[in-house]
Design a binder for this molecule. Structure first.
Ligand code: AMP
Ligand code: MG
Length: 414
């Protein structure tokens, strides 16, 4: 049994509209869409026994002992097979990707063969199966290769194209209304007076929506006045999700939460133990999801990535992508206030590893991470000087240099 709000959301998702996309017509537009159907193979993969080296198709028994001299009877290339059968004592020249002739069971690389009149002399023994990928060994005919809910990345698009599923059903992209709040905000294309601030959050939120497969719909900005906020919020609630920025802290002109309450929003949370981004709010209003992200640009971006992106994944028909952390060694000691999870703008460096020196625990090839200097959650300069977030967990305080740390990539950056 599940509670009614969740059941209603599930039902809403089941009804989510599907649409057809055209992978061949516009592969770039298909990128990042989420499959609403399974994709299966229309034949075996590979469809024939495929050679994976340039060389000669042979009967392995004929090259069990070397040197061996086999009569050359033809060639097989990609797109044009040798149609005959390979007899004992014979070989066929074969190219990478070409079908292996009937009765051949090994490919010997060209490097180990030399021509000798109408024959080829093999210098190295071969075994049955060498350099042949058998028909159907990657996937059988009618085997499911892409599940419903799969994000179409470049590999998935190649897979769909390769099995001829060129017009798959995908979920409609969630529509996200974006509402920036603040008396000081002006459109980013305008020239600001001293105390005016260009509205960059509506740009970063739009871009992050796109990275999450959602469709951003920007509303005009709202001033810090209840009546105007009420009108624009009501407008935004016509879309699948409303994402506000600014006006959620404890200041006198932070009115977003009040207005949402007046509109009978139910909140799941109105603060999170995270820095930057502590005052972030999330709730349901008129059956739509609403995020109130803090207005400081770095807070806005971090809270979107951590809290709004998973909701958009689910609404878009996919499983939420997990927060992906990797490990790097801390370059310099840091001290952070405990009790909050910190996502600090940081730079990770992957030293160019010499293959010869690569060994487990070899610190010369470990990734290292250092925080960038920052003035807090308003500092976009710091974020563009960074290439990742250094994650400092709630209980940590003073962390010595050399510690293995969790590092979170910026979505779409690495
Ligand atoms: P607030 O969360 O409304 O208190 O705003 C915190 C800080 O973020 C203030 O310095 C605002 O000027 C700034 N800010 C708020 N909204 C935006 C926005 N849309 N674009 C850029 N900066 C903003
Ligand atoms: Mg404000």
């Amino acid at each position: 049994m599940i509670e009614i709000a969740r059941a209603r959301r599930e039902a809403g998702l089941a009804r989510r509209p599907h649409e057809l996309i055209d992978i061949v017509g516009d592969p770039a537009a298909a990128l990042g869409r989420v499959l609403a159907q399974e994709v299966s193979t229309d034949r075996d993969y590979p469809p024939f026994n495929r050679a994976i080296r340039d060389g000669f198709a042979v009967r392995a028994a004929d090259v069990a002992r070397v040197p061996a001299r086999l009569r050359l009877i033809g060639e097989s290339k990609a797109g044009a097979a040798f149609e005959g059968e390979l007899g004992a004592g014979e070989c066929v020249q074969i190219m990478t990707g070409a079908p292996v002739p009937r009765c051949a069971d090994a490919v010997v690389m060209i490097e180990y063969a030399r021509p000798d009149g109408d024959a080829i002399v093999f210098e190295r023994a071969g075994r049955a199966g060498d350099y042949i990928v058998p028909a159907g060994s990657e996937a059988r005919w009618n085997e499911t290769v892409l599940l419903r809910g799969t994000h179409l990345g470049y590999a998935e698009l190649a897979m769909a194209a390769q099995v001829g599923a060129v017009r798959p059903q995908v979920y409609a992209r969630p529509r996200v209304a974006i509402l920036s709040t603040g008396d000081e905000l002006i459109p980013a294309g305008d020239a600001p007076s001293l105390y005016e601030i260009r509205n960059s959050n509506s740009i970063s939120i739009s871009a992050q929506c796109a990275l999450s497969g959602a469709e951003p719909i920007r509303l005009r900005k709202a001033s810090d006045q209840k009546a105007e906020l009420r009108t624009l919020i009501a407008h935004g609630l016509q879309e699948d999700v409303l994402i506000l920025s600014g006006g959620v802290s404890a200041g006198k002109y932070d009115l977003v939460e009040d207005v949402l309450r007046e509109l009978k929003a139910e909140f799941y949370f109105d603060a999170v133990a995270i820095r930057p981004g502590r005052p972030v709010v999330f709730g349901v209003c008129r059956d739509k999801l609403v995020f109130g992200l803090p207005g400081n640009p770095v807070s806005t971006m971090v809270t979107f990535e951590i809290l709004a992106a998973p909701a958009l994944d689910i609404l878009g028909g996919a499983a939420p992508r997990p927060l992906a952390f990797f490990k790097a060694r801390l370059k310099y000691e840091i001290t952070e206030k405990p009790g909050l999870a910190h996502f600090l703008p940081a730079r990770v460096a992957f030293p160019a590893a010499k293959e010869s020196s690569r060994a487990p625990g070899d610190s010369a090839v470990d990734a290292t991470v250092e925080t960038v200097h920052w003035q807090g959650s308003g500092d976009i300069v710091a974020l563009v000087n960074a290439n990742c977030y250094l994650v400092v967990h709630e209980k940590e305080e003073r962390i010595p240099a050399g510690t293995w740390m969790d590092v979170m990539p910026r979505r779409g950056f690495f």
